[in-house]
Write a protein that binds this ligand. Structure first.
Ligand code: HEM
Length: 472
């Protein structure tokens, strides 16, 4: 992917573009004003009512848009170049904002919530456990869990796709991260994680987002109770692993074996924080991606046909495994296009520090800079027929991408130093699960239109009910 000028789908709107080449070098970005807000709250009511529509409205105004999140000065950025700058400068000139008390209760000091030198150390200790070589060893579990689900489904059965995908990705997460095999163990951890995750979502999109940390709320109490259950279970599993050696093919064993440059390993508390972080970072994000993929496939029979043509051709009579991943190019493109239209993480923000700039323009310290995958991924300047589900746009033909899409016009996994640690894990899981299930079944989603609700992740606004149709 390359950044380029004169894109075939480029609109006529030039204001707010970050660096138009003018005489004597690049022009400074033009910052435009967002919609007028209300006293004290600024644009908070419009943002709270419908954040996705609000960001699209800002995008229609320009690439750099000033708005007010309550009393706080905010800058929305739409252009991929500016998004790239924000993502690559995080930790240097932009700070990750505090994710709040709910996250800290559950994730402790895990890599997602930590900063500075502490974050660097943790990231370097966690990273080896999610490298492609390791993901290859988790892939067998991913396929096995999907095959077990496919064996349970039958023609004509009615399923709740959200529930089915959540249960499947939960089993994959619990087995690959904690290495627990019994259904009962998986259920205890899974159930407590569900409670905590649901409450964090409610906190993130509700009053909890604006209440100070010290205010006790019933939701925060529920997160504490669920966290206590998780702590007890994880501590039991960690002791079992320590007793049984760390040569098992699971993430926890990789973390137990990890050493930093001084030869120090992660403490039990750190192991707990990182395993829970990996679970929370990876479970709902991947399961929602699969739900949106089924929804899009159900509405686009032509894409569904192209997908099954590839699955029949590449897999013939075997269940998909890691060795098939590279050959499943159309399946990969279906997931990529799903993440474009329904990016489960739909927002990344950064707090400007002293000396922060974007497109050469100084950004005052304390400004909160907002980028939104939702808004940039649907920008007609970067995507032909931007609202359409067209996996073909991602497929290389004769070594050339079908559409030339700028870097950071697609950033579902973020980018720069804090890019998602589970990118490879998530892509392999989503592709293998889709391949296993779509090889045998179509899912006909009942509802005509399902709208996205932006909570912690982008969720469908209702149950996604579907009829399972066995393929001939
Ligand atoms: C479709 C699935 C997924 C999506 C859309 C997603 C998206 C993201 C995004 C947007 C970030 C933030 C990047 C930034 O701030 O610049 C992130 C961070 C992270 N993700 Fe994922 N993720 C997914 C799956 C996973 C999985 C499966 C795991 C673990 C196995 C995982 C673990 C993490 C971790 C640990 C971080 C924090 C990295 C850091 O702060 O250094 N994610 N993810």
């Amino acid at each position: 992917m390359t950044t380029r000028a004169g894109h075939p789908h480029a609109g006529t709107r030039d204001e707010g573009r970050p660096t138009g080449e003018g005489e004597g070098g690049p022009a400074a970005p033009v910052v435009v004003e967002g919609p007028p807000g209300v006293p004290f709250l600024g644009n908070l009511p419009a943002f709270g009512k419908d954040p996705l529509a609000f960001f699209e409205e800002l995008r229609s105004r320009g690439d750099f848009v000033r708005w007010r999140f309550g009393g706080k000065p905010s800058l929305f950025i739409a252009h991929p170049d500016a998004v790239g700058e924000l993502l690559t400068e995080v930790e240097r000139t932009f700070d990750q904002p505090d994710l709040g008390i709910a996250f800290r209760t559950l994730l402790g000091d895990g890599v997602i919530v930590s900063k500075g030198a502490d974050w660097r150390r943790k990231r370097s200790l966690v990273q080896p456990s999610v490298r492609p070589k390791q993901v290859r060893s988790y892939a067998a579990t991913m396929s096995e869990c999907a095959v077990a689900l496919a064996d349970r489904w039958s023609d004509g059965q009615r399923v709740d796709v959200k529930k089915e995908m959540a249960a499947l990705t939960q089993l994959v997460a619990v087995r690959t991260i904690f290495g627990v095999d019994t259904a009962a163990d998986a259920e205890v951890i899974g159930r407590a994680m569900d409670v905590a995750q649901k409450e964090i979502g409610a906190e993130f999109s509700g009053m909890g987002a604006v209440l100070p940390d010290w205010v006790p709320t019933p939701g925060r109490a529920r997160i504490r109770r669920a966290t206590a259950v998780i702590d007890a279970e994880v501590s039991r599993v960690v002791s079992q692993h320590r007793d049984g050696g760390s040569d098992r093919p699971d993430l926890l064993s990789r973390l137990l074996a990890a050493r930093d440059e001084t030869g120090t390993s992660l403490s039990d508390q750190e192991i707990r924080d990182e395993t829970v972080t990996l679970y929370i970072g990876g479970h709902e994000t991947t399961s929602s991606t699969l739900v949106w993929a089924w929804y899009l496939l159900s509405r686009n029979p032509r894409v569904r046909e192209a997908l099954t043509e590839e699955l029949d051709r590449v897999l013939a009579d075997h269940e998909p495994g890691h060795d098939d991943y590279a050959s499943l190019t159309y399946t990969q493109a279906v997931i990529k296009e799903t993440l474009r239209l329904y990016p489960t993480i739909w927002l990344i923000t950064g707090l400007a520090k002293e000396g922060a700039t974007l497109g050469g323009m100084p950004v005052p310290a304390g400004t909160r800079v907002w980028s939104s995958q939702w808004a940039t991924h649907r920008d007609p300047r970067w995507y032909g027929d931007a609202e359409a589900f067209r996996p073909e746009r991602w497929i290389d033909r004769d070594g050339e991408p079908a559409e030339e899409i700028p870097e950071y016009a697609w950033f579902p996994f973020g980018g720069g130093p804090r890019v998602c640690l589970g990118t490879r894990f998530a892509l392999v899981e989503a592709v293998l699960v889709l391949a296993v299930l779509a090889r045998r079944y179509h899912l006909d989603v009942t509802a005509d239109e399902i709208l996205p609700v932006p909570s912690l992740t982008l969720q469908p606004d209702r149950d996604v009910l579907a009829t399972v149709r066995a393929r001939g």
